[in-house]
Design a protein around this ligand. Structure first.
Ligand SMILES: N[C@@H](CCC(=O)N[C@@H](CS)C(=O)NCC(=O)O)C(=O)O
Length: 107
């Protein structure tokens, strides 16, 4: 690392913090749909996903069901915007609306 440079991972977090709303995903450890959703988010430039593990925290499962009315994972939020699950995320992307959401300062 060059003199005066900040570590790469810190730069990533900072650039996302200024350019993107936070991305939150309710998930379980074994979950192919969560992996698929995460892959798409990464492809669209998301460097940090706050993962909330509903399989190890029943209170978080309750919270997820209260907020979304659903019990499957993933359940994804971009800022305050509720996206839905993996299929919903892909649909949003196909409609060309995901990039706009990710670039909104406060979705
Ligand atoms: N159509 C949903 C499917 C999600 C799904 O089936 N997730 C699995 C885990 S990968 C799940 O939550 N299964 C538990 C259940 O169906 O109750 C999506 O796109 O998110």
């Amino acid at each position: 690392m060059g003199k005066g440079r900040i570590p790469h991972h810190t730069e990533e977090k900072m650039s996302q913090a200024t350019a993107m709303p936070p991305v939150k995903m309710y998930a379980t450890q074994v979950c192919p749909y969560c992996v698929r959703a995460e892959q798409l988010l990464r492809m669209r430039g998301v460097t940090h996903i706050e993962k909330i593990r509903v399989d190890i925290d029943p209170a978080k499962l309750d919270e997820m069901m209260r907020l979304t009315g659903r019990r499957t994972v993933p359940q994804i939020f971009i800022g305050d915007y509720y996206v839905g699950g993996c299929d919903d995320l892909h649909a949003l992307d196909s409609e060309g609306r995901l990039a706009a959401l990710l670039s909104a300062p406060d979705a």
